[in-house]
Design a protein around this ligand. Structure first.
Ligand code: ADP
Length: 789
């Protein structure tokens, strides 16, 4: 601000002095590069050239006036007179400040146009004689129009060009003199100095305006082209951008389409699998409905997974896959014999069963149920039946199943729902007519989640199992061609509704002789093969096998025996692999090297006849077994009866009955009735950890009690079984065959048993019948006579 004011004041002063200078005068010349100075304009310059500094110095020391002239060629450092334009502007150095680098910053104000008449001297700076240029100013409406045109063109240029400051436009608008307007516009125009020089040289204002307008027009044109180029570039940029977006979009669309394709092929795949599975029409319709649901779902929908799993189940079931039955009774018999030693009764029953099936081609007979302790060959007979019929075999254990859903499946609304065990078994074997073994039906439970027995009955019932409904499948599956076989360890706990539907075949367990034969003929050869051995590498003599049977196992079946044989095989296999032996014979002498110490004492009979202890026979899910019942009088009031050894209610009751009976016979037996008055009684049945129940221990408890009361000994090799009544009758009991086998296994030779069980002895193995003495009794008195010494 202040600069401007100072400039204005001094300029008025100088104008006066300029007028006074009139005609030809001399002024130092200041050449400028890259710019043209105009009258009435302020310009700031940096003056650095030697001659220029001197010219400035001279001016500052005199009247501060200089002739500012543009150089024709910017590149020339020391311009000669001919390098300068002839027309310049007389300017006043309004301000001059030294800059630290040795140059001067000068503010110049243009005063008027002048022409170099001649260069008076060139040293130490150019001094020129100047001739003022007369300026003609005319005012007319044409000039007015030109001025407006000029101003508006300038405005447009200013709008389009970034190099014209906005203030320039405003300041130009208020100029009234046409020449001045032309100068101001030219001063601000971002054009080459040569063009600006044309404006400076135009003395006539009308001509000057024309020049400026021409400059403006061409500038506008250039700007227009520039803008076109810019917008085209921008458009092109925009296009690439657009293309990018389109491509992105295309990519997304393609991805979507691919997924649809995959979806499509998945859907096709399912459709094909449905066709291949040959489902019944109703099922296929259901499956297709599910496919349509799947199709409509977004591919990542969680529900989709559920549907896929479901469809996989539907398509994976053998709706129409069946094996052809090859029931030839003779072949079946041969196969059963091939796979199993003994079990004559069982085999006969099975052959009869198959024969009836063959003759009637009826599927709707009763269902076989194999009852017997573990390891007696129930499963393996089942397998043989399947083999002899050319059917697949599948086995599902129902032990511990309490929930109906385990049989019949969970509805699909449950997370992780699956079909029940029956359908799972069917899928696993891959045919719809397998031999299907339902294991451990005596261990089926029942609770608030529904009765599994009911669901099982539905699966087994020939009247309705052609449309077995599994909750998960939702569509019926035809089980009518399945041959079901059930197994149980004991019959007592099999739900009565199931018992009704089945035909029981008992597997009582094996005698030592049978076990030995099974070991020699089956278990040993099978295990040799499984362990990569041959009979030449490992031999076990009969005595050793018998020792395994007697001293390392105590069981009705042969599962433990098989395990021990496998153990011997493993040890020998290791030695053979290590190269320490080539052939081994296992005898009684070296058996302990393979199996360690004996685990059971063979022959449970006591070394001497005992008082107040008797040996009974029990029948459990592990088969028959022998137990010793002990009785003891302890001083007391004679009122208490203590029973220990985890006895069930039935067994406790028979203990009470036995006690009452013995009390009533004390005198006759020659016992001491006082004992009962002054003593409490304790009856213990080992092994204490095993729960026991049943009425058949009655006779044994009575014998032990009688022995305790009379002090008479009990024969040490006498075992017994039988239920008793208060009046001393002996009633028949179950499991005779299993019990006799157990007694035989234990090396006992005398058995007391109810007379009414006589018939059961008929199907005992011959060895048992030959080596044992059966004492059939109908009263406890008879039993006491036999048992007590
Ligand atoms: P379960 O089903 O009654 O518990 P398994 O059928 O599994 O018993 O039999 C156990 C093992 O004993 C099997 O290896 C089986 O082959 C064998 N086994 C059982 N009884 C006989 C037999 N009579 N003849 C040959 N091997 C038998």
């Amino acid at each position: 601000m202040r600069v401007r004011e100072t400039a204005q004041r001094s300029s008025t002063r100088r104008r006066r002095s300029g007028e006074r200078d009139g005609g030809l005068s001399t002024l130092p010349v200041l050449p400028i590069r890259d710019a043209v100075h105009f009258p009435d304009e302020l310009s700031t310059l940096l003056v650095g050239r030697e001659k220029s500094l001197r010219a400035l110095d001279r001016a500052l020391k005199t009247d501060r006036l200089l002739l500012v002239v543009a150089q024709k060629d910017v590149a020339i450092d020391e311009p000669e007179p001919s390098d300068l334009y002839r027309v310049g502007v007389v300017s006043e150095a309004v301000q001059a400040l030294p800059v630290p680098d040795g140059t001067m910053r000068v503010v110049l104000r243009g005063q008027r146009r002048a022409e170099i008449a001649e260069i008076v001297s060139s040293h130490p700076f150019a001094l020129a004689a100047i001739k003022p240029i007369e300026v003609t100013e005319t005012h007319s409406s044409e000039m007015e129009a030109l001025m407006r045109e000029c101003a508006s063109l300038f405005e447009r240029v200013a709008q389009m060009s970034k190099q014209v400051p906005a203030e320039a436009v405003t300041s130009v608008m208020y100029i009234e003199r046409p020449g001045r307007l032309a100068d101001a516009v030219a001063h601000h125009l971002p054009v080459k100095p040569a063009l600006k020089q044309q404006v400076l040289e135009a003395a006539d204002t009308r001509e000057r305006l024309d020049v400026v307008i021409r400059l403006l027009l061409s500038e506008l044109e250039v700007l227009q082209v520039q803008q076109d180029i810019r917008s085209r570039v921008e458009r092109e940029m925009g296009d690439t951008q657009r293309e990018y977006y389109l491509r992105e979009q295309l990519r997304v669309i393609q991805q979507e389409l691919n997924e649809r394709d995959e979806r499509g092929s998945e859907i096709e795949d399912y459709a094909e699998r449905i066709a291949r599975a040959k489902m019944p029409e109703e099922v296929a319709e259901h499956a297709e409905h599910e496919i349509r649901r799947l199709e409509k779902m977004p591919s990542a929908a969680p529900e989709g997974v559920v549907i896929r799993t479901y469809l996989d189940w539907l398509c994976g079931l053998p709706w129409a896959v069946e094996t052809d039955d090859t029931v030839d009774i003779r072949v079946a018999h041969r196969i059963l014999d091939e796979d199993h030693y003994g079990l004559q009764n069982v085999k006969e029953r099975i052959i009869e069963f198959l024969a009836v099936r063959q003759l009637t081609s009826r599927q709707k007979g009763p269902i076989l149920c194999f009852v017997g302790p573990p390891g007696v060959g129930k499963t393996s007979i089942g397998r043989s039946i399947a083999r002899s019929m050319g059917r697949k075999f599948v086995r599902v254990s129902l032990g511990g199943v309490r929930d109906e859903a385990e049989i019949r499946g969970h509805r699909r609304t449950y997370i992780g729902a699956m079909p029940g065990r029956i359908i799972q078994g069917i899928k696993q074997c891959g045919t719809r007519n397998p031999v299907f073994m339902l294991d451990e039906i005596d261990k089926l439970g029942m609770d608030f989640r529904g009765d599994p027995t009911a669901a099982l009955l539905e699966a087994l019932d020939p009247e309705q199992n052609d449309r077995f409904s599994d909750h998960y499948l939702e569509v019926p599956f035809d089980l009518s061609n399945v041959m079901f076989i059930m197994t149980a360890n004991i019959l007592d706990t099999v739900p009565p509704a199931l018992q009704d539907r089945m035909e029981t075949i008992r597997f009582p367990g094996y005698t030592e002789e049978e076990k030995l034969a099974i070991a020699k003929g089956f278990l040993l050869p099978q295990n040799l093969a499984e362990h990569g051995l041959t009979p030449s590498k490992l031999k076990m003599d009969d005595a050793a096998l018998l020792m395994v049977i007697r001293s390392y196992t105590r069981e009705a079946g042969v599962r433990g025996l098989e395990r021990e044989i496998a153990r011997v095989c493993r040890k020998v296999a290791r030695k053979v692999a290590e190269g320490t032996t080539r052939s081994t014979t296992v005898r009684t002498k070296n058996l302990a090297d393979y199996l360690g110490r004996r685990r059971y004492r063979y022959g449970v009979a006591e070394a001497e006849d005992q008082v107040a202890a008797a040996t009974g026979l029990v029948y459990t899910e592990f088969g028959g077994d022998i137990i010793t019942i002990e009785v003891s009088f302890v001083p007391g009031e004679g009122k208490n009866l203590l029973l220990t050894g985890q006895l069930g209610d039935v067994m406790k009751e028979s203990a009470h009955a036995a006690l009452t009976f013995v009390k009533s016979r004390v005198e006759r037996l020659g016992g001491n009735a006082e004992l009962f008055r002054k003593h409490d009684l304790h009856i213990h049945v080992p092994a204490g950890a095993v729960p026991k129940d049943g009425p058949s221990a009655g006779i044994t408890i009575a014998v032990a009690l009688a022995s305790a009361v009379t002090g008479r000994r009990v024969h040490r090799d006498m075992v017994m079984t039988g239920e008793i009544t208060l009046r001393g009758k002996v009633l028949p009991v179950g499991g005779i065959k299993e019990k006799m086998l157990a007694a035989h296994r234990a090396g006992m030779s005398n058995v007391i048993l109810p007379k009414d069980n006589d018939a059961d002895l008929a199907d005992l193995p011959e060895v048992v019948r030959e080596t044992m003495h059966f004492h059939l009794v109908s009263t406890v008195d008879e039993a006491l006579r036999l048992a007590l010494v």
